[in-house]
Design a protein around this ligand. Structure first.
Ligand code: NI
Length: 185
């Protein structure tokens, strides 16, 4: 089932989300499948709980969609439950980001190149590993959502000023997206 996307201006996107007990969370597998479906329909590479209105520490990443360009990601569809970032590399890199909750804005964001993470996957297996490259980038973007942060928060004062008008309009419901969205106010 495709879930409605929560767009910039929705308070849930600014909340610090809560951890869940994956053994007890009702309908967890169905929710994960719905998030994969919602993300795929919107042409995304990742989707976090707050983006579908759920203030829980869970996100999904689908890198299978870019496996034509990057064959190492063939079949990469994973959930990250209660993720943590334990360490970050000093080396940083720039990458142009967008977000399904912030339609129509794409900006360069500087983030650590590799990160040491812990999380529980969709099979409830715990992981403790270093990740880098595109996965590290998506992980950090989605992780931010769980702390109520959005990629536009990372922009310089100058770039923030340039996108401000669009964000104000978006919060009032003036935006266009090709996927189903929860109505803003
Ligand atoms: Ni996002």
């Amino acid at each position: 089932m495709v879930l409605p996307m929560y767009i910039f201006g929705q308070p849930v996107l600014r909340k610090v989300a809560s951890e869940i007990n994956p053994n007890e969370y009702p309908g967890l597998q169905e929710l994960i499948q719905n998030m994969f479906e919602t993300n795929r329909k919107a042409d995304g590479v990742g989707l976090a709980g707050p983006q579908v209105g759920l203030s829980i520490r869970l996100f999904i990443v689908d890198l299978d969609v870019i496996s034509d360009d990057k064959p190492e990601f063939k079949g990469f569809l994973h959930a990250f439950i209660n993720p943590q970032i334990l360490e970050s590399s000093e080396e940083m890199c720039d990458f142009e980001e967008g977000c399904l909750s912030v339609p129509g804005i794409h900006e360069n964001v500087k983030r650590p190149k590799s990160i040491h993470v812990k999380y529980t996957d969709e099979n409830l297996v715990e992981h403790d590993e270093w990740i880098d490259g595109f996965l590290a980038r998506v992980f950090q973007h989605e992780y931010d959502h769980l702390d109520g942060k959005l990629f536009v928060d990372h922009l310089s004062a100058f770039r923030k000023q340039l996108v401000k008008k669009k964000l104000v309009a978006m919060a009032k419901g003036k935006f266009s997206a090709s996927y189903k969205c929860k109505e803003n106010h």
